[in-house]
Write a protein that binds this ligand. Structure first.
Ligand SMILES: Nc1ncnc2c1ncn2[C@@H]1O[C@H](COP(=O)(O)OP(=O)(O)OP(=O)(O)O)[C@@H](O)[C@H]1O
Ligand SMILES: [Mg+2]
Length: 353
């Protein structure tokens, strides 16, 4: 595959707690892992989706690229949060070209921002099941200044972002390659990150419902800090399972964690209840989890119990060839939950939406 490495992009997920990088080599639809790396970001680097410390992010990007000797400059990255609006809308059947010409006008009523402030994109999902004269369209709008800030980070690190994706679509891509969609089967992909949790319900490969919840693992850490007077570091360690923290009662830690996990799980449940109330016959049969917080047994158990549905943690490297001399399988298993976005990005191609 003489040219394959040229079309492969570097997938970089700028998460609020860490930066993740994946580079794959694709040949005839098969992927091989070339690079995988993660660098933590300090909690004040990205707050509420706003970039507070861009030099720190630029430095982290450069360190990952240089440290791992990553080849190439072209990057696929993604955005999420309240600067991004994802809406499924219904329009009269028309061609892609017709919609392209009228999308600004059609989109206006669904976007709570001035249209001059956003980049708009769309994907025609297909005719509506109940009314074939109508079609479903996934409308995506991202605030221009937010996207530009992101692009600037990569430019400063000497890279060229050529694909700008949305986090939950990158996870969808990873799921598709590693698990595959089953006709008529409705599943929910839930990305439990540090500051946000995203929910994407799909019927086969068509998204039925998406929701961004502005709460994640940080919520658990903050509750531990607030209620037990722990420092940020202590709380993070307690969250990851450490119980001998000063003279803090381990049972108290468990109690606070149970409450915080309960709150988080209730948020996910509220989203899925909303989906259930509006989706007619489409019933979710399985929940696929990803994001660092899905490593928590407590969270997975609580989700399974509340939702009454089987859950499984997505392994983003499941169908990716891995040279075990280069990458320790145990390490990949441990970091896997953090890498669904970056892996989905690394599978993108220039020109992809
Ligand atoms: N074993 C574990 N148990 C509980 N939480 C964990 C565990 N491992 C990681 N986490 C939590 O997962 C979070 C990091 O996950 P992830 O890397 O998916 O987030 P992110 O992509 O940086 O954040 P976001 O997507 O919200 O911007 C942190 O809150 C971290 O504490
Ligand atoms: Mg994330």
């Amino acid at each position: 595959m003489l040219f394959s490495s040229k079309k492969d992009l570097i997938g970089i997920d700028v998460g609020s707690s860490s930066l993740k990088l994946v580079r794959l080599k694709e040949s005839r639809g098969n992927y091989q892992l070339v690079n995988v790396g993660i660098l933590p970001l300090a909690p004040e680097t990205i707050v509420d989706n706003a970039i507070m410390d861009s030099p720190a992010i630029v430095e982290a990007i450069s360190n990952l690229i240089v440290g791992m000797k990553v080849k190439g400059r072209r990057v696929a990255t993604s955005v999420s949060g309240h600067s991004v609006i994802i809406r499924k809308i219904m329009l009269s059947i028309m061609t892609e070209e017709e919609l392209e010409a009228s999308i600004q006008w059609e989109a206006e009523q669904y976007i709570p921002f001035d249209l001059s402030e956003v980049n708009i994109d769309f994907q025609i999902l297909g005719p509506d099941e109940k009314d074939p004269s109508q079609m479903n369209v996934m409308l995506v709008a991202a605030k221009k200044d937010y996207v530009e800030d992101f692009v600037a980070l990569f430019a400063e690190a000497g890279l060229e972002p050529v694909v700008m994706d949305i986090n939950c679509f990158a996870v969808e891509n990873t799921f598709d390659v590693n698990y595959g969609f089953v006709e008529d089967e409705v599943v929910a992909l839930v990305d439990l990150g540090a500051s946000a949790t995203s929910v994407n319900v799909l019927k086969a490969d068509v998204s039925l419902f998406t929701r961004d919840i502005q709460a994640g693992g940080n919520l658990i850490r903050e509750e531990l800090q607030k209620r037990l007077g722990l420092s940020s570091d202590e709380a993070e360690r307690a969250k990851l399972g450490v119980r001998n923290i000063g003279d803090v009662d381990p049972e108290a830690i468990d109690e606070v964690m149970d409450d915080a996990v309960e709150n988080l799980v209730q948020e996910v449940q509220r989203s899925l209840d909303f989906f259930a109330a509006t989706s007619g016959d489409d019933k979710i049969t399985k929940i696929y989890l990803t994001g660092g917080v899905s490593k928590s047994r407590k969270v997975c158990d609580a989700l399974e119990k509340h939702l009454g549905l089987p859950t499984e943690i997505i392994n983003p490297f499941r169908n990716i060839a891995v040279n075990e001399k280069e990458f320790d399988p145990e390490y990949l298993e441990a970091i896997g939950p953090m890498f669904s976005v970056a892996t989905g990005l690394a599978m993108r191609r220039v020109g992809d939406k």
